[in-house]
Every structure is written in C-alpha cells, then in structure tokens.
Design a protein around this ligand. Structure first.
Ligand SMILES: NC(=O)c1ccc[n+]([C@@H]2O[C@H](COP(=O)([O-])OP(=O)(O)OC[C@H]3O[C@@H](n4cnc5c(N)ncnc54)[C@H](OP(=O)(O)O)[C@@H]3O)[C@@H](O)[C@H]2O)c1
Length: 305
C-alpha cells in the first residue's frame, strides 16, 4: 500500500515521504480500514508517540495521522460491533501506525459508524477536533448552560468546534485569534472577538471557563480571567498559572464512540460545521502538509479519490 512515513524528527513535516508499505493485519479486537480520508494535526511530529512505542523504543519509519474516515475491510479475532463494508470514522492510537496510508489497523472501539450522507472528507476532520472540544467542555470543563466561555484560537480546528458546541449548549462565547479571523469566529457563533495581537485580553473581564489551545503567555494571563469556581482547560499541557479560586485541567483527547456519534449527528443535522481548508490527494500530501501560506482551516488528505 501507499503510505506517508517519517524517519527524522528534526526534519519535521518536510521530512515526510510517500513510500510502499505492507498492508497492516488486524490483531485481536482490531479492524482494518481502507482509508478514504485522513486528518493530521500540525504538531503531531513533536509528540513522542509519533517516534517511539510505549516502551520508548524507536518505531520509525512510522506513519503519522490519527483521524480517519473509511470502510472496514477485515475484522480481527474476536472483534464485534462493526462489520466488513461498514463506513466508519475514528481516532487512531497515538503509538501505532496511523492514517496517512491506504489501510490502517485500528481497535474497533476507536471507531464510530459514519452514516452514508456524511462525506469521508468531512468525517476525517471530526475525531480530534470534535472529541477534544466535547471532552474539554463537558467532561473536564464542567460546563453548564448560561456560563461564559473564552475560547482561544476560535477559528482553528479545535476552537471552532468548542465555539459551536458551547454556543449550542447555552454559553456566552468570546472567541480569540488573529485579526483576520474576527468574522470567521463570529460566524461560528461567538458573541465577541478578541484580537490577541491588538486587543487587551484583560478587558474581557471575568469568565466561567477558558478553553486554551495556545498556552504560553496567553494561557498564563487567562488564569486571572476566571471567576470563582471556574475552570481553565488546556489542551497544550499544564497551565503555567492557575485560577486563584478555580480549577486548572489539562488533558489529551481519548476516543469515545458515543461522543463521536453525537458529533457526527450534529454535522448531519447542521448544528455543527467543520472547518476544512485544503483537501489534497495522498500523492500531494507532503506538499499540502508543508503549506507556504498561512493555513486556513484543517488540511484533509483524501487518500482514496
Ligand atoms: N491535548 C489534546 O488532546 C489536543 C487535541 C487537539 C489539538 N491539540 C493541540 O491544540 C493546539 C491547537 O490545535 P488545532 O488543531 O486547533 O490547531 P489550529 O487549527 O492551528 O488552531 C489554532 C488557532 O489558534 C491560533 N493561534 C495560535 N497561536 C496564536 C496567537 N499567539 N495569537 C493568536 N492566535 C493564535 C491559530 O492561528 P495561526 O494559524 O495564525 O497561528 C489558529 O487559528 C495544537 O497545539 C494541538 O497540538 C491538543
């Protein structure tokens, strides 16, 4: 099969190469999926799991990409809940070969059914951004209707999902980002926009929940904006400052079939819009994942045209 592999961490995405690899086999509780579309998070090549196995042994050349939409082609020993020919969407294991390939072996529990009326390209854009937003808001952020939520990077893959889900659940959403993203963020449902390069973040006043996808100084300054009993949720590592009278939580997204199905359903009925940018075939994946201009929306690799 054709696959994108990485061998050299220092080279980053520029070091990706398109090669021939053996097709994966389905282990216990696995399925093999013929990948139709794959999502990639730009920071993936900085994650240790891209380079090593769980015992910290080198596993290169490794296949990156953890989001997929495709069709099940084989079931492993004892695998239940899915069938050959079924359309699926899901989040692949951090430590296994990923989805920038024509086939991937993946545990069935990491997949949810993808209804026939949801395009594979749309499906592949949902698992990481959708599940991260869902878990950050409703599990870790303890969000309740009527609360105010400050969403950093609200035009981005995760931030646009957080903005929409929070709004639907009854939040007053303030989105942040670059000046050029103002209208995009308001279109996703934020009531206010803060241009992080030109506006004073501190003018926001108090909020119940901050969803931080940026970290560093922005994360640090955000802790002071949180009202008593509120929560600072970070997806970019532990916060450098904690709210004076609230919680600080950082987490890594986990696969969850029920939550992923909720997200897919919202896309089907129009409550959720995904933020897709460039869509490229596998042959052009290396160029697409090394953009020369600022990325607008999530890049999706359409593995099977
Ligand atoms: N813990 C987890 O489970 C988890 C899950 C998903 C993602 N992540 C991490 O979360 C981060 C965001 O992921 P993503 O996929 O949403 O990325 P993304 O699509 O690039 O979105 C990030 C957004 O934030 C904006 N931004 C970043 N720094 C900024 C700054 N200093 N000022 C103003 N705007 C800024 C970006 O604008 P520019 O493009 O102009 O910089 C972009 O619009 C990544 O670091 C990723 O690794 C973690």
């Amino acid at each position: 099969m054709k696959a994108i592999v990485v061998t050299d961490q220092a080279a980053g995405t520029a070091g990706m190469t398109l090669v021939e690899r053996p097709e994966p086999q389905a282990a216990i509780n696995d399925v093999v999926v013929q990948v139709h579309a794959s999502g990639f998070v730009p920071t993936e090549l900085a994650w240790p799991s891209t380079w090593t196995d769980r015992l910290d042994r080198d596993r290169t050349p490794s296949i990156p990409g953890h989001e997929l939409a495709g069709v099940v082609t084989a079931l492993g020993y004892g695998t239940t809940g899915l069938s050959v020919g079924q359309r699926v969407v899901g989040l692949a294991d951090w430590y296994r070969d990923g989805t920038l390939a024509e086939y991937v072996a993946i545990e069935a529990r990491n997949l949810a059914p993808l209804p026939g009326d949801v395009d594979f390209t749309v499906g592949a854009s949902l698992p990481i951004s959708g599940l991260t937003a869902w878990q950050g808001l409703f599990e870790h952020g303890r969000f309740q209707a009527g609360q105010s939520v400050l969403v950093h990077g609200a035009a981005g893959a995760v931030g646009s999902m957080v903005t929409q889900l929070a709004r639907e659940a009854g939040a007053y959403v303030i989105g942040t980002g670059r000046a050029a993203d103002r209208q995009t963020v308001l279109d996703f449902g934020a009531k206010e926009f803060v241009d992080l390069d030109n506006d004073a973040l501190e003018d926001v006043g108090g909020v119940d929940l901050v969803f931080d996808v940026i970290g560093g100084d922005i994360g640090k300054r955000s802790a002071g904006l949180i009202r008593a009993g509120g929560t600072l949720v970070s997806i970019v590592g532990p916060a450098e400052a904690r709210p004076a009278d609230g919680l600080a939580v950082d987490f890594v997204v986990e696969s969850d079939r029920a939550q992923l199905s909720e997200i897919v359903q919202r896309v089907r009925d129009g409550r959720l819009r995904t933020n897709i940018g460039n869509v490229s075939p596998l042959e052009d994946a290396v160029a697409a994942l090394n953009p020369t201009e600022r990325r607008k929306g999530k890049t999706i690799i359409r593995v099977r045209p």
